[in-house]
Ligand binder design. Structure first.
Ligand code: GCU
Length: 598
C-alpha cells in the first residue's frame, strides 16, 4: 500500500510540477483581450489544504486539490470545498482591504472564476496576469499552466492546450507569505497586500506573434530598435510604421526571431516633460499587428550632470508608493494613478520615484502622457539573502520583467536596483551583477540605486562602493527626523568623490494631518514643514545634486508604524494624508519647485 501511495505522489508531482515557465508579452494594453476582471470566488487556505494532499507538507497539486474546481452535491462524492458556494472578491485588488478579516492575512488564498472563450484556429492563447503578490500558481480547466514568483511584475501563461471552446474555469493560488529568500524579504515598511492586484485577461495571438519590441532615439538622432517574433521562421518580414513621421521601416527576423530597425526621422518632436509628445507606432509581422505609443528622447550622464535631450536637467521629484488614495489598498485603477500623478503635477514635479517595486503599467503610461520622468525600482529592499542563488534569480527575473514591460516608456529614465541595503561584499556583488544584467537588457537608460548616506561628524561622503556600478547615485537621508534637528541640515557638508550625478532619493519627516503646534514638536505639520525648509537650504550647497524625491507623496499603510492616535498603521511622512488632506509641507515644496521650474 505505502509504496503505491509514494508512486502516485511522485507520478502526480512529475505530472503537475511540469508547469511551463510563464512568458511576458509586451503592450498587452494595446492588444484586444478578454478581461477577467471582476468578482472571483475565493477560499482562504492557511493550511494549504487546497493542494489536496493532507499528509505531505509539500505544495504539489493532486487530484483532490482545488485546481479541479469540484462541486459538492448532497449524496455525491466527498468534496470538501466548493468555489461556487464560496464568497467573492474583486480583481484587480488586494484581499487585505476588501475583507476586514483579511486585513492582516498573509498566506495562501485560492481564486476561481469561469469564463467563456472561443479560440480561433492557428492561434496561441495566454492567461495574462498584471501582478500577483507574491507567488502564484495558475490552472485552467485543471491543467497546471504556470507558476510565478514576485508580486509586482506581469506574466503570461500559455493556455493554448488547456483552454477549450466554450465555458472554462481558471483557478489561481496566490500566496503572500513572507520568507527570507524572497524579494522583498521578511521586513518592509509597507503593507504586504496580497492577491491578484492588477488586471487579469485572456489574450489570443496568431501562430507567429510579436512578444517584444523596443524603439529608442540614438544620440545621433536615429530611431533604432527591434521587434521580436515568436513562432516565426528566420527571414520573416516585419514592418514598422510611424504615420505622423511618414516613417516606414522593414526588416527580416534573424535566427533569434529579432527584426532590427534603424530609420532617420525628419521633423521629430522630442519627448520631454514640457512637451510629452507620443507617436503611434505600428508593427506588422505576418498576421500579427501590434501598436504602441512611444515618445522619443535621449537620456545620459555627463560628469555629474544628467542630460535629457542633450540638456542638463534637475529632477523635481517625489517618492510615491502604489497606495490607493482615499480608500487605501494597492493602487490599481486609472483613478488611483491619475490622483497620485495629479498631486505630483500640482507640486510642479517633473519626476517621480516609484517605490519600492514596479508600479501598475497605468502609472508609467500616464507619466508618458503627462510628461513626468520616472525612477522605477525592484524590491531589493533592506537585508536581502545576498548569497542565496534562488534569491538572486528571483531578483534578476523581476528586473527582466520590469525592463521588458516598460522599456517602451519615454518617461522611464532610471532603473533602480535596490533600496537602503547595508554595505557588504556579498550585497555589492549581488547588486553589481544586477547592474550588468540591466545594462545588457537596456543600454539606453540610466542605472541607479537608493543607498544609505554614510555620515561622519556632519559630513556625508558619498562613497558607497555600489556607486561604482551606477550611473546616478541615489542617497536617502533623514536629517531632522531620524538624525538631529531640522535646523541642523544646513550645517552638513556633502562630498561626491565619484563625481557622479546625485539624487537625494529620500528625506522628510512625519506629520499627522491637522496636528498643529510649535515647529520643534514632532508629528506636527509645522515640524515637517521645518524639515523641508532646512533641507532646501542644505541643497543649495550641493553643486552635484541633480534631483530630489522627498519621502513621500501620500501617507501609506505600514505594519511597522503603530503609534496610536498618530500613525495607527500608517507611515505619516506623506505631504498628503491618505484621505487627501494636503499638509503644510505640500505647499512649501510646491513653492520651492515653482521657483526651480522658472
Ligand atoms: C526608509 C525606507 C522607506 C521607509 C522610510 C521611512 O528610508 O526606504 O521605505 O518608509 O525610510 O522610514 O519612513
Amino acid at each position: 500500500m505505502r509504496r503505491n501511495a509514494i508512486f502516485i505522489v511522485l507520478f502526480c508531482s512529475a505530472l503537475f510540477a511540469a508547469a511551463q515557465q510563464p512568458t511576458l508579452l509586451v503592450d498587452i494594453d494595446h492588444r484586444p483581450a478578454t478581461s477577467l476582471d471582476g468578482e472571483w470566488h475565493y477560499i482562504v487556505d492557511p493550511y494549504h489544504a487546497g493542494w489536496g494532499s493532507s499528509t505531505s507538507n509539500s505544495d504539489v497539486p493532486s487530484p483532490r486539490g482545488y485546481a479541479r474546481d469540484g462541486h459538492y452535491v448532497t449524496g455525491g462524492p466527498l468534496i470538501e470545498y466548493d468555489f461556487a458556494k464560496s464568497p467573492t472578491i474583486h480583481v484587480p485588488g488586494d484581499w487585505n482591504t476588501q475583507k476586514e478579516n483579511l486585513l492582516y492575512y498573509e498566506g495562501l488564498l485560492w481564486y476561481e472564476r469561469d469564463f467563456e472563450f472561443h479560440p480561433r484556429p492557428r492561434t496561441h492563447v495566454f492567461l495574462h496576469i498584471g501582478a500577483a503578490n507574491y507567488a502564484a500558481h495558475a490552472f485552467v480547466d485543471d491543467v497546471h499552466v504556470c507558476d510565478h514568483e514576485g508580486g509586482f511584475t506581469p506574466f503570461d501563461c500559455e493556455i493554448t492546450d488547456a483552454v477549450k471552446d466554450g465555458v472554462n474555469f481558471v483557478v489561481i493560488a496566490v500566496d503572500n507569505a513572507r520568507a527570507l529568500d524572497h524579494v522583498p524579504t521578511i521586513k518592509s515598511d509597507w503593507w504586504n497586500y496580497g492577491g491578484l492586484t492588477r488586471d487579469v485577461s485572456i489574450v489570443e495571438v496568431p501562430d507567429a506573434y510579436i512578444d517584444d519590441e523596443t524603439l529608442y532615439l540614438t544620440k545621433s538622432g536615429d530611431i533604432q530598435g527591434y521587434a521580436h517574433i515568436t513562432g516565426g521562421t528566420t527571414g520573416s518580414k516585419v514592418s514598422m510604421r510611424i504615420p505622423d513621421l511618414q516613417l516606414n521601416g522593414s526588416a527580416t527576423t534573424d535566427s533569434d526571431g529579432r527584426a532590427s530597425f534603424s530609420v532617420h526621422p525628419n521633423g521629430l518632436e522630442r519627448w520631454s516633460p514640457e512637451h510629452p509628445r507620443l507617436y503611434k507606432v505600428e508593427f506588422t509581422a505576418g498576421e500579427d499587428h501590434l501598436t504602441d505609443d512611444i515618445g522619443f528622447r535621449t537620456i545620459e550622464v555627463q560628469g555629474d550632470e544628467i542630460l535629457l535631450n542633450g540638456k542638463s536637467i534637475f529632477l523635481r521629484g517625489v517618492s510615491v508608493h502604489a497606495e490607493a488614495p482615499f480608500r487605501s489598498g494597492r493602487a490599481s485603477s486609472d483613478e488611483d494613478v491619475s490622483t497620485l500623478l495629479g498631486w505630483a503635477k500640482e507640486l510642479h514635479c517633473n519626476f517621480v520615484r516609484l517605490v519600492h517595486y514596479p508600479h501598475d503599467e497605468r502609472m508609467t503610461r500616464l507619466a508618458d502622457k503627462l510628461g513626468i520622468l520616472v525612477w522605477s525600482e525592484i524590491p531589493v529592499y533592506w537585508s536581502i539573502d545576498w548569497t542565496n542563488q534562488h534569491t538572486y534569480d528571483v531578483a534578476k527575473q523581476q528586473l527582466h520583467e520590469m525592463i521588458r514591460r516598460d522599456r517602451d516608456k519615454a518617461s522611464v529614465i532610471l532603473w533602480s536596483l535596490s533600496n537602503e541595503t547595508p554595505i557588504s561584499d556579498a550585497r555589492t556583488k549581488f547588486i553589481g551583477d544586477l547592474a550588468t544584467e540591466a545594462r545588457h537588457e537596456d543600454p539606453t537608460r540610466l542605472i541607479t540605486s537608493a543607498m544609505l548616506t554614510p555620515m561622519h561628524d556632519k559630513t556625508a561622503v558619498l562613497n558607497d562602493p555600489l556607486g561604482a556600478y551606477l550611473d546616478v547615485l541615489g542617497y536617502n537621508e533623514y536629517i531632522g527626523w531620524y538624525m538631529g534637528k531640522p535646523e541642523d541640515a544646513p550645517s552638513f557638508k556633502w562630498e561626491d568623490p565619484m563625481h557622479k550625478p546625485v539624487i537625494i532619493s529620500e528625506f522628510g519627516g512625519s506629520a499627522k494631518a491637522g496636528l498643529h503646534g510649535p515647529a520643534d514638536q514632532r508629528f506636527t505639520e509645522e515640524y515637517q514643514a521645518e524639515i523641508y525648509k532646512e533641507q532646501f537650504a542644505m541643497f543649495r550647497e550641493m553643486p552635484f545634486l541633480r534631483g530630489i524625491a522627498p519621502w513621500v507623496l501620500m501617507d501609506f499603510r505600514s505594519p511597522v508604524r503603530l503609534l496610536a492616535g498618530i500613525q495607527d498603521g500608517y507611515n505619516r511622512k506623506g505631504l498628503v494624508s491618505d484621505k487627501g488632506e494636503k499638509k503644510k509641507a505640500f505647499f512649501i515644496l510646491q513653492d520651492y519647485y515653482a521657483g526651480l521650474a522658472k
